[in-house]
Design a protein around this ligand. Structure first.
Ligand code: 4AD
Ligand code: MG
Length: 461
């Protein structure tokens, strides 16, 4: 029976165990070799000591290259080395798969993250990408735990959709047409009635609209799935495919939404601090000094609540020259968001009541008639991590807004029905998982915290 390295413990001392994994390094001494094996279950892996007088030593040691896969059986003993508390006294080393040292791209040396992106299929074997994968897993698990403990129902919303949730038109088309031979209507438009779904369809930008329908029947739901945006944003914060978590609560206001968002973020970060100490120590030492204290600070500090109007005042008085001008009514740029969270308040900021004209059509109009009950959570170093709002639950107001924006009301008939039949106040938000992983790990580029990043001109693997 194979033991995962993470589970090897004090209790195994003196026992014979078998580990399996990939070789990280081999150091040959005169009478023995040190072999460090990693199976991804933890960061450190396990060191085996392979004595030269073990039968078969000469034969096998020749093929023990970095990256080769092995099975090692031996006795677990206390280590005399400083770096680890146990090591395996190897009795049997079996080579499972060789690894050509001439061509294996992951030799034991420093590689840039840019280079690692070009070998995204092998980069999970590095310390950093392995640690990110474990933290990402922990954050996903914590997400389910948090919402399940609060009685939310996990809802699967469709990936192929006919409606544009954000009304921003940054969607990828989904079609079964032969693109070389598109059918046309007499008016020379593409005839989507002949396409697979008999209409134009897209990859979803958000599961919110469908989520609202279930919230307006089952009270509290959350989605957790891939979302897609065809925006040509070549930044360290944007992906064309990312995973979004979207809770939606019936009988809820913006206040409830803010409370849920803050509790959720704190819960996830505390979960990582409690459950990934080894990986967090790695990020602290090698990726971002002070990251642990930064997470603890967020967990222990109430978020700063602020209106958009107040934020504009602060930004106008800022002792800093911004690239983009600050004007009431204009959208905040990442530099503004980061100034507020990172430099001015030095903690997460929940910004509310944005001008209606810079936000999506479904947000609830405030009594002032010009702002909406929107909420964005801004994090130090990452900027916007959450976007949410109370939804417009009045049919006339929602229809009026859709008309103003020239959105095709027919396409949203089912969404409008929620306001026709038993409309209730409801609210929700969306969190981009990758932005959360970025914050938690202190990594700088969003392309390194998702296994296979999709961004302009990149869809390899
Ligand atoms: O602010 P957004 O666009 O809000 C929505 O999609 C709403 N429908 C959510 C809701 O109320 N249910 O996106 C929500 C979050 C952002 O705050 C950000 O964290 C992330 O999704 N996000 C992206 N992450 C990576 N790459 C992109 N291109 C992203 N666009 C948004
Ligand atoms: Mg947003």
């Amino acid at each position: 029976m194979r033991t995962k390295i993470k589970l090897v413990s004090q209790a195994d001392l003196g026992k014979i165990i078998t580990i399996k994994g990939w070789i990280r390094s081999v150091r040959n001494q005169k009478t023995f070799s040190f072999i460090v094996v990693n199976d991804g279950s933890n960061l450190a892996g396990l060191q085996a000591v392979f004595e030269a007088n073990t039968p078969g030593y000469e034969e096998i040691i020749k093929s023990l290259d970095t990256g080769a896969s092995v099975s090692i059986t031996g006795t677990l003993v206390q280590s005399t080395g400083k770096e680890q508390s146990f090591e395996l006294k190897a009795q049997e080393v079996t080579l499972l798969g060789t690894c050509d040292p001439e061509t294996y791209p992951l030799q034991k040396k420093h590689h840039t993250f840019e280079f690692l992106r070009t070998i995204a299929h092998l980069r999970p074997r590095t310390n950093t990408i392995g640690a990110i994968a474990r933290v990402r897993n922990a954050l996903s698990f914590a997400t389910h735990k948090f919402f399940q403990e609060r009685g939310f129902l996990y809802l699967h919303t469709p990936i192929i959709t006919g409606s544009d949730c954000e009304g921003a038109g940054q969607m990828f088309n989904v079609t079964a047409f032969n693109l070389e031979k598109l059918p046309h209507t007499p008016q020379k438009k593409i005839d989507y009635s002949q396409d697979f779904f008999g209409r134009q369809t897209y990859l979803t930008v958000s599961g919110q609209l469908e989520g609202e329908t279930y919230a307006c029947a089952l009270s509290d739901i959350y989605t957790f799935g891939p979302t897609f945006r065809a925006e040509n944003s070549n930044t360290a914060r944007h992906l064309a495919e990312f995973w979004m978590i979207e809770p939606e609560m019936a009988f809820a206001t913006l206040e409830d939404d803010m409370e849920c968002a803050e509790s959720y973020l704190k819960y996830c970060l505390k979960y990582v601090l409690d459950n990934c100490p080894e990986d967090m120590k790695f990020f602290e030492n090698f990726i971002s000094k002070g990251i642990i204290a930064k997470l603890e600070h967020v967990v222990n500090t109430p978020f700063q609540k602020l209106t958009y109007t107040e934020a504009i005042e602060i930004l106008k008085k800022a002792p800093k020259k911004f690239e983009y001008p600050v004007e009431w009514g204009s959208d905040l740029q990442s530099e503004h968001e980061r100034f507020l969270a990172e430099e001015h308040f030095k903690k997460p900021v929940t910004l509310i009541n944005y001008p209606q004209k810079i936000k999506s059509f479904y947000m609830k109009l405030n009594p002032d008639g010009k702002t909406v009950a929107a909420m964005d959570v801004l994090m130090p170093s990452v900027g916007e991590i959450i976007g949410g709002s109370q939804r417009e639950d009045k049919l006339e107001l929602l229809e009026k807004r859709m008309d103003e924006l020239k959105l095709p009301k027919e396409a949203y008939w089912w969404y409008l029905d929620l306001r026709r039949y038993g409309s209730v106040p409801h609210a929700g938000f969306g969190l981009g998982l990758e932005r959360l992983v970025l914050f938690a790990t202190g990594m700088e580029n969003i392309r390194d915290v998702i296994p296979f990043p999709r961004y302009p001109k990149h869809a390899e693997f």
